[in-house]
Design a protein around this ligand. Structure first.
Ligand SMILES: Cc1ncc(COP(=O)(O)OP(=O)(O)O)c(N)n1
Ligand SMILES: Cc1nc(C(=O)O)sc1CCOP(=O)(O)O
Ligand SMILES: [Mg+2]
Length: 201
């Protein structure tokens, strides 16, 4: 299944309940620092909303709960990968997205046969502290040449205004946090994103 070109990342089921009904078809739930009970509830609520609206839900980090709750997709970073039981993730039928920031990480990601690879940070971001410099659009082109048909997600500092350049450089999907959730009108911004990415759908 293809990834939608617009891939917002949010930190609660409240955001999912608010934004998914607007027409989002791919969303990541990325919750840091919550109890297992809260995480379980947040994932289950998000899953119900996403199922209702035909949106693909990707659970960040919490692969055990994603397996337990019968989710479709998890996203893991390189450190997450080291701890994850990939066999049980695959046995449960979950698809897997993996973060990459340099060539060695890309090789590591490809070795686990992911369903997509993410490259970041494309531009400076204030949503996560990273030790990598912004990669720039050329890196997207290089990553895409290397991975071929495997879907490529671009992340980090991407705005609606930069989205066309990112997609034209070879990304199949654009993952964003602040451009929607820190916008003064997140609902309108979401609708604008859906319209702006229509040519890639
Ligand atoms: C689509 C996408 N790309 C990259 C990340 C970052 O994952 P990770 O490196 O594991 O960092 P955290 O998001 O867990 O802080 C992502 N979540 N999604
Ligand atoms: C969570 C995350 N991971 C990144 C990576 O490069 O792996 S960049 C990033 C933050 C993306 O947020 P924003 O759209 O607000 O820049
Ligand atoms: Mg992670």
């Amino acid at each position: 299944m293809d990834l939608d070109p617009f891939y917002p990342i949010v930190d609660s089921s409240n955001w999912i309940d608010r934004l998914v009904p607007l027409g989002i078809k791919l969303v990541q739930l990325r919750i840091k620092d919550a109890s297992e009970e809260t995480l379980r509830r947040e994932i289950a609520t998000s899953q119900a909303t996403c199922r209702k609206y035909g949106c693909q839900l990707i659970v960040n980090d919490h692969w055990r709960l994603a397996v337990d709750l019968g989710c479709d997709y998890v996203h893991l970073g390189q450190e997450d990968l080291a701890d994850a039981d990939l066999a049980s993730i695959r046995r449960a039928g979950l698809r897997l997205g993996v973060s990459t920031h340099d060539g060695a990480e890309l090789d590591a990601a490809l070795s686990v046969k992911p369903d997509y690879v993410a490259l970041g940070p494309v531009f400076p971001t204030s949503s996560k502290t990273l030790s990598w410099k912004p990669q720039g659009l050329e890196k997207i082109e290089g990553w895409k040449r290397k991975i071929g048909d495997l879907p490529l997600v671009a992340i980090g500092g991407i705005t609606l205004e930069r989205s066309r350049d990112v997609l034209q450089s070879g990304a199949n999907s654009v993952a964003i946090i602040s451009d929607v959730t820190k916008n003064s009108t997140p609902d309108q911004r979401t609708l604008d994103w859906i319209a702006e990415t229509q040519d890639w759908r």
